[in-house]
Design a protein around this ligand. Structure first.
Ligand SMILES: *Cc1c(COP(=O)(O)O)cnc(C)c1O
Length: 579
């Protein structure tokens, strides 16, 4: 049995307990595990008020509203209770369950931890309200609920045979301290030794997602002492801390048998960042059946029956006639434009090359790169026969630079007027991502390398035959075949030397590729364009799936024998992944 811990899980568009890529990935992970029939449970926090609902004023100013949702309507209440001492007070935790059904009828249970119960003080009740809200003390208390409370809740629910604890990012790393405590309690000992650390390490798997050291969770030791109190941490400082702070990444690294980054390049970056650790890479993937639009579902069902159970068979999209691919795409595009045109006048034109950009509005993603030179963009659009752009994405409430990026895009929208129609859709979520990644003609990504650990929206686009036009970073380094699966921006792939020159250089390269390659192919060689779409499916849609990702975790991280029969002899991995 594997227990998968994640601060956010995107389980359902109506359950807004995710902020972006990390949570959507976790949801896809769970869905793929259910499809494969893996014995896995997932643990997360309830986030009663979600991340937030985004509203934009006409100038791009972002307002945040709580994303209240009806918990009872989506999850089952369970009687089990667990208690964790936080800030010196016992905090009672209950759990809600959602069963995620897989293709073959197996289901994965996802447990949402909730502190909003009568026994708790108002402050403690609020710990399960907001995802990524509050200050460092609030965050650490949430991490104690997730990590320590999560293990205790699993025990209360009767999960005594968990052989792997998978930490999806460092937020849940306190669980390793709880596993040490369990051993000490069972043995009636007070002090932890190397053998305790080794035993816990045998059970834990850690996936890191963040290529920036400053973005890794860390807390001053006095805050840690106050919030989580007497835990084996005080004995294990050398294993928990770095630079004088409780560091969740180091804690996870020191207590995990297997550690991975989320794309090949991100594995390299992580090895450079955390010298002395074995860090492998498993490239992310998306849940194919969930991200394929209706028209492509019908197309794949016709040509590749069985593609849901075996995503690799999407490779055979190479023989689907290109006109059928184009027709399916037009249907997906019309659905997107119908949605866009509810907010947009004059309406977007289905005949015009439509660029899609949907992702968190974070500085490194550079949403405004495309509009950084409006005159150049206008000239390209005029010469090509038209361009229109659909944007979406939320900025974290405290990310002022992210908010300014949205404002810059909206200012460019005004400047470009009807020459290059731009729409910025409010409140990007999974449902919108599904429509946007399928309905755009080209999926744009402009991260500042090497900061895009993986990126997954381009994989969703590929499944729908939408080629990427992207800076070479994250997954695109692996998925990119120039002119075959899409196009690279600044295709020599070298790391930029300085941020300032880099932005301008990347913008110039983006404009060049758009002007010389992408737009002419779209407008003057429709069959050539559709052939690229077809390879996007066959080479990338077939491979960058959560199904393949899970198979890699089984083969490399979980240890197959332990998964299938926790108490008996190991079996060859192959049987497990095809079960
Ligand atoms: C897929 C997805 C993301 C992640 O997109 P990236 O390409 O990794 O930036 C973020 N938010 C939502 C709602 C998604 O569906």
């Amino acid at each position: 049995m594997v227990a998968y811990f994640s601060m956010e899980i995107g389980i359902d568009p109506d359950v807004p307990t995710y902020a972006g890529g990390l949570g959507v990935l976790a949801g896809d992970f769970v869905r793929a595990a259910a499809d494969l029939g893996l014995p896995l449970v997932a643990v997360t926090l309830l986030h009663r008020k979600g991340y937030f609902r985004q509203r934009l004023d006409p100038r791009g100013g972002q307002r945040e509203e709580p994303a209240e949702w009806n918990v009872e309507a989506h999850l089952d209440a369970l009687p089990a209770r667990a208690t964790v001492t936080i800030n010196g007070r016992p905090v009672v935790i209950r759990a809600w369950r959602r069963r995620v059904a897989g293709l073959g009828g197996a289901a994965v249970a996802v447990y949402f931890l909730d502190t909003d119960v009568e026994e708790n003080t108002n402050d403690d009740r609020a710990l399960s309200h907001f995802l990524y809200g509050g200050d460092a003390a609030y965050r650490l208390a949430q991490e104690a609920v997730l990590g320590i409370g999560g293990v205790r809740m699993l025990r209360a629910l009767g999960y005594d045979h968990v052989h792997r604890f998978h930490l999806n990012e460092g937020h849940s790393a306190l669980l390793v301290l709880e596993l040490v405590s369990e051993r000490l309690r069972a043995a009636g000992r007070a002090t932890a030794g190397e053998d305790d650390i080794d035993a816990v390490r045998q059970m834990c798997v850690f996936t890191t997602h963040t290529p920036v050291p400053a973005a890794h969770d860390q807390f001053p030791p006095d805050l840690a002492e106050r919030v989580i109190g007497a835990h084996p941490m005080s004995q294990l400082m050398h294993r928990c801390c770095y630079g004088g702070a409780l560091n969740m990444t180091y804690l996870a690294l020191n207590f995990s048998r297997y550690v991975n980054g989320v794309a090949m390049r991100h594995g390299e970056i992580s090895r450079r960042m955390f010298g002395g650790y074995h860090i492998d890479a498993i490239t992310n993937g998306v849940h194919a059946a969930g991200w394929v639009s209706e028209p492509f579902r019908a197309l794949f069902d016709r040509h590749i029956p069985g593609w849901r159970a075996d995503n690799f068979s999407l490779r055979y999209a190479v023989s689907i006639p290109t006109p059928e691919i184009w027709d399916a795409h037009v249907a997906a595009k019309l659905e997107l434009l119908e949605f866009v045109n509810r907010h947009q006048s004059p309406p977007f034109d289905p005949a015009v090359l439509t660029i899609g950009f949907g992702r968190r509005a974070s500085a490194y993603k550079r949403a405004d790169l495309l509009v950084s030179d409006p005159a150049r963009l206008r000239a390209i659009a005029r010469a090509a026969g038209g361009l229109q752009v659909v944007y979406a994405g939320k900025a974290h409430p405290r990310d002022e630079e992210g908010k300014r990026i949205i404002e810059r895009v909206l200012r460019a929208r005004e400047a470009l007027g009807t020459d290059v129609p731009i729409v910025y859709l409010e409140d990007y979520d999974m449902a919108m991502a599904r429509m946007l990644t399928a309905g755009a003609d080209v999926w744009l990504n402009t991260p500042h390398p090497p900061l895009e650990a993986s990126g997954t929206s381009g994989m969703k686009a590929a499944l729908n035959g939408v080629p990427s036009l992207s800076v070479l970073d994250g997954w695109w380094i692996e998925g990119h075949v120039e002119g075959v699966t899409g196009w690279a921006i600044g295709s020599d792939g070298r790391m930029p030397r300085a941020e300032t020159t880099d932005n301008a250089a990347h913008a110039a390269a983006l404009y060049d590729t758009l002007e010389r390659t992408v737009a002419p192919l779209f407008y003057h060689n429709r069959d050539g364009f559709t052939t690229v779409m077809r390879y996007a499916i066959a080479l990338n849609g077939s491979f960058f799936t959560a199904q393949r990702m899970l198979q890699e975790y089984v083969a490399k991280a979980y240890g197959a024998g332990a998964i299938r029969h926790p108490a008996s002899a190991p079996e060859p991995p192959r049987e497990v992944v095809t079960a």
